[in-house]
Design a protein around this ligand. Sequence first.
Ligand code: MLC
Ligand code: AMP
Length: 504
Amino acid sequence: MTNLYHVFSEHLKAENPLFLNRDQQCEATYGALDSRSAQYAGALLKAGLEPGDRVAVQIEKSYENIYLYCGCLRAGLIYLPLNTAYQASELSHFINDAKPKLFVIDPAASTAHLDQLDHQVQTLTLDQEGFGSLRDWVDASPAHQEIFPSQNHDVAVIVYTSGTTGLPKGAMISHGNLVSNVRTLRSAWGWTEHDVMLHTLPIFHVHGLFVGLHLPLLSNSPVILMASFNADSVIKALPHATVFMGVPTYYTRLLSSGISPKDCANMRLFTSGSAPLLSQTFTDWEQATGTTILERYGMTETGMNTSNPLEGQRKKGTVGPPLPGVECRAVDASGMDVAPGETGDLWVRGENVFHGYWQNAEKTAESFTDQDPVHGFFKTGDLASIDPEGYVTIVGRNKDLIISGGLNVYPKEIELLIDQLDGVLESAVIGLPHPDFGESVCAVIVPTRENDRSEDDIISLLKADIANFKVPKHVFFIPELPRNTMGKVQKNELRTRFSPPITS
Ligand code: MLC
Ligand code: AMP
């Protein structure tokens, strides 16, 4: 059987510390993970959930959140994490589409909007301290020790990811995908029981959930779990850790906070991903800390595809060669491999690649080169070149996507909302260079004649409706959008026009 939790538990050392606090004291062992997750599994099954049912989760990061995740895995339930920043209007699509049997929310969250949905879902609560109606139910339920015999292709997690058109799609990630990727990374990054992971990423995305957690769970190694990233807290905790993972913004913030070689003396590995690491940051980091960041490249749909080596050269500006078992191709418009060093569309294939989009055969078929995802290559939407030594460089994207502080924003979604506002004729949303977030979301608006909207109006209207990270940091007004002869908005022209980089 390939159940991911079964793989974690095969060599489980119950006495090993799992969660360490900042004073290096053990707050929970692997034995506690095993018994608490069995209790979560028991409670969920007692509530009537069956293998294959979806459990949507929009709660803060906590130990109990991780026990819940492992409880879902061991019961064969599909875990569906949601960004805590999403607002009511953004949630309805996920609930209507995935039709979860249970929605775990924060006790402070409003449930009013859930009554309006097509799909009626039961809710239970869990707060950041691990209390709420779900916890009460779990404490009163018998543990369920057996682990569901999931097979390679059985879906373990659905993560929603947007597209350039249409609504977000649920990427179905199987037990086999997760097992293969974590085993590959353990060997590529030399992870052992003695590593201590300083974990500050959110756990509603693949970076923090799969990469940041699965590696320790597979190795029975401890985790210092912080609710969110804060540069000063990280610098204080680093001497007790050996591995840290972050998006590029974490590294630029650590540099601004004066990180030094002394802070990193115990560190074995710093990894970066989810967005491009600027060459400048790579170099500044080496100079400031005496350590070299290992950059890797991944996606929700694929997990990790490439990584700079643990030993050997970590090439600045590249994301390293494909990981063992992963094939990467840079191809031209006809699907032929481009020459080494030339730019093409990046396609990937391997056991790490997901099984398609939830109930969306059409989008699944469009995204693969073959009807069968197992045999075909997945078209990443990224543009890349591969050098003669096999190192991949992500050159750009052929998808209209902005990555701000490691979070993805799809311009179309924001443009549709802006276009509905009074005083707006049309809009184009673009990413502009930003010193902290890498890219920032900016809106270019053509007002109606009777426009009386200001930048602040637009921003506050959007803030009422959508997650803050998607709200434009700046709004520009122009009389007309530049278009090519086909009528397509020339976003490159807008990006050039509204650069040089914005600094606030
Ligand atoms: C918060 N804000 C953001 C933002 N995060 N705005 C743009 N981009 C972001 N990423 C908003 C806040 O709501 C706030 O709005 C204002 O910006 C400033 O907030 P802040 O206090 O500076 O933000 P902070 O809470 O510190 O969060 C920033 C961050 C966080 C970078 C620490 O966003 C983060 O942890 N990002 C990591 C995302 C991640 O895990 N990605 C992995 C995806 S998986 P206001 O209006 O209140 O001022 C993936 C695959 C792979 O991509 O390969 O890994
Ligand atoms: P997500 O949909 O959140 O999984 O984001 C995946 C996208 O993040 C990829 O398609 C890339 O565009 C981008 N990405 C991830 N890692 C890197 C990296 N190291 N360098 C450049 N882009 C990256």
